[in-house]
Design a protein around this ligand. Structure first.
Ligand SMILES: Cc1cc2nc3c(=O)[nH]c(=O)nc-3n(C[C@H](O)[C@H](O)[C@H](O)COP(=O)(O)OP(=O)(O)OC[C@H]3O[C@@H](n4cnc5c(N)ncnc54)[C@H](O)[C@@H]3O)c2cc1C
Length: 500
């Protein structure tokens, strides 16, 4: 067995394994230009974990003419270095995440190469910033082409002289120069993150509050600003607890946490879906089966993770009395006076008012594409799940979930003619209703990326069939030469002998 003791060793081993598997495959799609500009086979918007995993899956399959765009500055993609507040990931360290079945691409291989096996065994959960570093290495070792500070503004169809299907014309803003850029692509993968098909969920009662007094947990907040403050956090999940811990650790005078549920749950049922059967079979379940499964998950909130609970307890124990939890707290209205916020909620049938100087809404995300300007041109053509399509178990907000094909491409509704949708792939949480838990988070991401790459490859091949057939007809590699055949041919009886 080869001892891997550095990243350099790991990279050599990775490339050796690639050579055994003949990966990445050679580029095979036809190259096009449009008005002398490059036409990318695939532009992937979002270079977080999902976008990079998708790019890797495409490249390994011989689709090299790809580009990743991200609005974040270099090495700051995803939530990890900005608004994520947890110390460690919630997922177990053993998950193989974006490794695409390649052992040397796993987090474990990367971590062990640098810190050794003992350190791996001692590691409980993956520290957040270590995970971020791993994702950066993944991008670099696979030489994935990322352009940062590029914000997608819109996508529209653009006819091409030689292609039956339209190109996607991406209007992109180069953030440093504020100049408009345009990119052409045959396929677009949208990997815009957790709120990529919507936005932070801001409850109605908070809408009128001045922005200076509250934040959603998905905003980056300078933790030092919590010092000496009275902070009120609303939410029942890990993000709420991470905000509580951050506030306490940074010297908040008092933190109150309001939770709608009556207790924390203990079991994360979605972990039971981390097997190949679900990943391969979900899409072909009947609506009733999907409704049963998703409804069950919707009714059972995800419990907080062990590390987060321990962190909050440790922070609260440092200053007893600094943290209060209010379960069964259902906020009814919010008022503000100068720099004070007051929430009035019902708790156990009684009104309870909580007052603070700062409010953190850890209220999750809302799926609603109207909140994403870059999707506006597509929305009128998209086919959505009918509200209540998965009733009675799944709440009616399923009305804003898109209906997707197995390759994550959008479906068009019956009254529109918009072929481009079949070339735009929604590789984000909103896809879960259509394809199952193979996107958006760590457990199923490789499966989803590979499934999407297969679909894109199939579509590129079909559209270019003429060219593919031409390539077959003009294939000219000699399997055997005349010189090889000559001795064999010499044994053939002349035609005249056969006739006698
Ligand atoms: C705080 C937090 C903790 C999490 N912990 C876990 C965990 O422990 N385990 C787990 O499985 N999952 C976890 N998740 C869920 C999921 O794994 C992460 O959200 C992960 O980052 C998803 O990767 P992504 O590539 O889909 O999205 P992101 O990493 O968010 O990447 C999306 C990228 O798209 C870019 N972008 C968005 N809009 C545009 C635009 N218009 N133009 C150009 N670029 C754009 C953004 O800049 C961003 O870099 C967590 C999520 C959060 C928020």
């Amino acid at each position: 067995m080869i001892r891997i003791q550095s990243l350099n060793d790991l990279e050599q081993q990775l490339h050796y394994h690639f050579s055994l598997l003949r990966l990445p495959q050679k580029n095979w799609p036809v190259t096009y230009t449009h008005h002398n500009e490059t036409v990318y086979d695939v532009v992937i918007v979002g270079a977080g974990m999902s976008g990079t995993c998708a790019a890797a899956a495409l490249k390994l399959r011989g689709i090299h003419n790809i580009l990743l765009l991200d609005s974040a500055p270099p090495h700051q993609e995803g939530p990890w270095t900005n608004f994520a507040r947890m110390q460690t990931l919630r997922s177990p360290k053993e998950l193989t995440g974006p490794a695409l079945g390649i052992p040397m691409l796993t987090f474990q291989a990367w971590y062990t190469a640098q810190h050794g096996t003992d350190s791996w065994h001692k590691l409980d959960r993956i520290p957040r910033l270590v995970w971020h570093d791993y994702l950066q290495w993944y991008k670099q070792v696979l030489r994935l082409p990322v352009q940062n500070n590029q914000r997608l503004c819109s996508i529209e169809p653009e006819p091409h002289a030689h292609l039956k299907h339209p190109l996607a014309k991406l209007h992109v803003l180069d953030l440093p120069s504020q100049k408009n850029q345009y990119y052409y692509a045959r396929h677009v993968v949208l990997a815009l993150g957790m709120d990529g098909f919507g936005g932070p969920n801001i409850p109605d009662w908070a809408q009128h509050l001045p922005q200076s007094l509250w934040h959603h947990s998905s905003e980056a907040i300078d933790p030092k600003t919590f010092a000496k403050q009275h902070v009120l956090v609303i939410g029942g999940g890990d993000s709420a607890l991470d905000a509580v811990a951050t506030a306490l650790e940074n010297g908040a005078q008092q933190v109150d946490l309001g939770i709608r549920g009556s207790a924390y749950t203990h079991i994360n049922y979605s972990k039971a879906l981390g097997h190949f059967g679900h990943r391969a079979g979900y899409a072909s379940l009947s609506p009733e089966q999907k409704s049963t499964l998703l409804g069950f998950l919707a009714q059972h909130a995800t419990p907080p993770s062990r590390g987060t609970v321990a962190r909050v307890v440790a922070a609260a124990n440092q200053r007893p009395g600094s943290l209060n939890l209010y379960f069964d707290y259902d906020v009814q209205q919010a008022t503000h006076h100068q720099s004070t916020i007051s929430l009035t909620g019902i708790q156990h049938g009684q009104l309870r008012t909580l007052t603070a100087e700062r409010l953190i809404l850890a209220t999750g995300y809302q799926t609603d594409p109207r909140r994403r300007p870059e999707l506006h041109q597509l929305i009128p053509h998209l086919k959505f799940y009918e509200a209540h399509a998965l009733a009675p178990n799944v709440p009616s907000q399923s009305g804003v979930f898109p209906q997707l094909n197995q390759d994550f491409s959008f479906q068009a509704h019956a009254h529109t003619d918009y072929p481009l949708l079949a070339q735009i792939h929604c590789f984000m949480h909103a896809a879960i209703l259509s394809v199952g838990r193979i996107c958006g988070d760590i457990p199923g991401i490789s499966h989803g990326a590979q499934q999407m790459a297969h679909g894109i490859a199939a579509k590129l091949y079909k559209v270019d069939f003429k060219h593919a057939f031409n390539t077959v007809q003009h294939y000219d590699e000699y399997e055997v030469s005349d010189a090889d055949l000559h001795p064999l041919m010499a044994l053939a009886k002349p035609h005249s002998e056969l006739m006698s």
